[in-house]
Design a protein around this ligand. Structure first.
Ligand SMILES: Nc1nc2c(ncn2[C@@H]2O[C@H](COP(=O)(O)OP(=O)(O)OP(=O)(O)O)[C@@H](O)[C@H]2O)c(=O)[nH]1
Ligand SMILES: [Mg+2]
Length: 302
C-alpha cells in the first residue's frame, strides 16, 4: 500500500537511573501494563520489550534496568543488561528525573551515551511535581551530551501522560523508513511465565518495605491449561533471602501473602482472557543475590 511506504520503524532502548520513570513511560506509551513500576529503585531487572504503533510507524521500545553505581553481583548483571541493549538499536530514549539533582550516577549514565549522541532523545520526566527543575537538567545535558540538539530534548510527565506524543515524534525523526516488524495487536514479546512472574513481583514489592523488595524474586513452577484452555492454573513461588523475610512476606495469619496473591490475580485476569487461578507460596533461597546460578537463571547474560 502506498501510504505505508513512509512508515518508520525503530528499536528504541530506554535508559536512565533507577526510578527515573522508564517503565512508567513504556506503559503510558504502550497504553498497557507492560513493565512493572514501583517507588523502589531497581524495579526492572530484565530488558523488556514494549511496542507502540502510531500513524507514523512502529517504535519497539526496550525498557532496561536503571543504571546504578554498585559493584554487587546483581547490580553488575543489571548494568550489563542495560549496556548490551545499547549495541543494536536505532535510537536511545534517555529519561532523567527532573526532581533529582544530576549527580555522579547521572554523569555515569550519560557517559554511556557519549558515543551515541546522534541517536539520543532526552526526556526530562516528572515535570508534574513542584520539585521538578527542568532547567537544571537541561544544563546538565548540554554539558554531558553537547551534540544532542535542543530539539531532541523534551519535558514530560510519564505518569500523567503529558508530553509523550512529542517524545514519540522526536524518536520517529531518528527512525528509518521501514515496514513494521510486529503486527498491530502485539504490544510485548514477554512469554506467559515471565510476565506472570513480573506481575506477582510487582504486586509484592509495592506491598513490602525497606530491604525486602530487593530480596524478592518470583518463579513460576507450573502452568496448566484446564477446562479446554479456558482456565490457567498457575503455581508460583515468591522467593526471599532469609527466614525472617519469609515471615514478613507471609504476614500475620497469612494476611500479606493473601493480599499479594489477590492483587496479582486481579492484574493477571485483566491481562489474560483465560480465567487465572494462582497458588502462591513463599520460599527462602538463601542469599540468592550472591549466587551466580540464581542470577543466571533470572537475568541471563545477553
Ligand atoms: N509524579 C510522577 N511520578 C512518576 C513519573 N514517572 C514515574 N513516576 C514514579 O516514579 C517511580 C519510579 O518509576 P518507574 O517507572 O518504576 O522507574 P524506572 O525508571 O523504571 O525504575 P527502575 O526500573 O528501578 O530503573 C514510581 O513510583 C512512579 O510512579 C511522573 O511523570 N511523575
Ligand atoms: Mg523500570
Amino acid at each position: 500500500m502506498e501510504e505505508n511506504q513512509e512508515l518508520r520503524t525503530a528499536v528504541v532502548t530506554i535508559v536512565g537511573r533507577p526510578s527515573a520513570g522508564k517503565s512508567t513511560f513504556l506503559n503510558t506509551a504502550c497504553q498497557e501494563p507492560v513493565s512493572i513500576v514501583s517507588p523502589i529503585p531497581q524495579t526492572t531487572r530484565n530488558a523488556i520489550k514494549g511496542i507502540v504503533n502510531t500513524s507514523l510507524g512502529q517504535l519497539i521500545f526496550i525498557d532496561t534496568p536503571g543504571y546504578h553505581d554498585s559493584e554487587k553481583k546483581l547490580n553488575l548483571r543489571l548494568r550489563s543488561i542495560t549496556e548490551s541493549q545499547l549495541q543494536d538499536m536505532e535510537a536511545v530514549l534517555y529519561i532523567i528525573d527532573a526532581t533529582r539533582d544530576p549527580g555522579e550516577e547521572e554523569q555515569h549514565t550519560a557517559a554511556l551515551l557519549e558515543k551515541l549522541q546522534d541517536k539520543v532523545v532526552v526526556a526530562i520526566n516528572k515535570i508534574d511535581l513542584p520539585a521538578a527543575k527542568p532547567e537544571k537538567v537541561r544544563a546538565f545535558v548540554s554539558a554531558a551530551l553537547p551534540s544532542v540538539p535542543a530539539a531532541r530534548i523534551f519535558e514530560m510527565s510519564a505518569e500523567k501522560d503529558q508530553g509523550i506524543n512529542e517524545v514519540l515524534r522526536g524518536l520517529y525523526e531518528l527512525a528509518p523508513v521501514a515496514a513494521p516488524i510486529y503486527d498491530e495487536e502485539t504490544y510485548t514479546d514477554q512469554d506467559l511465565t515471565f510476565r506472570v512472574q513480573e506481575v506477582i513481583r510487582g504486586e509484592a514489592i509495592n506491598r513490602l518495605e525497606q530491604e525486602i523488595p530487593h530480596a524478592v524474586y518470583v518463579t513460576v513452577a507450573d502452568v496448566e491449561r484446564r477446562n479446554d484452555g479456558k482456565k490457567l492454573w498457575i503455581r508460583a513461588f515468591l522467593c526471599v533471602e532469609r527466614d525472617s523475610q519469609k515471615g514478613i512476606v507471609i504476614g500475620k495469619g497469612a494476611s500479606k501473602i493473601k493480599e499479594i496473591r489477590a492483587a496479582a490475580l486481579k492484574k493477571l485476569n485483566q491481562i489474560y482472557i483465560q480465567k487465572v487461578e494462582l497458588d502462591l507460596q513463599v520460599k527462602v533461597d538463601k542469599n540468592w543475590r550472591q549466587k551466580d546460578n540464581t542470577i543466571n537463571r533470572l537475568i541471563p547474560e545477553q
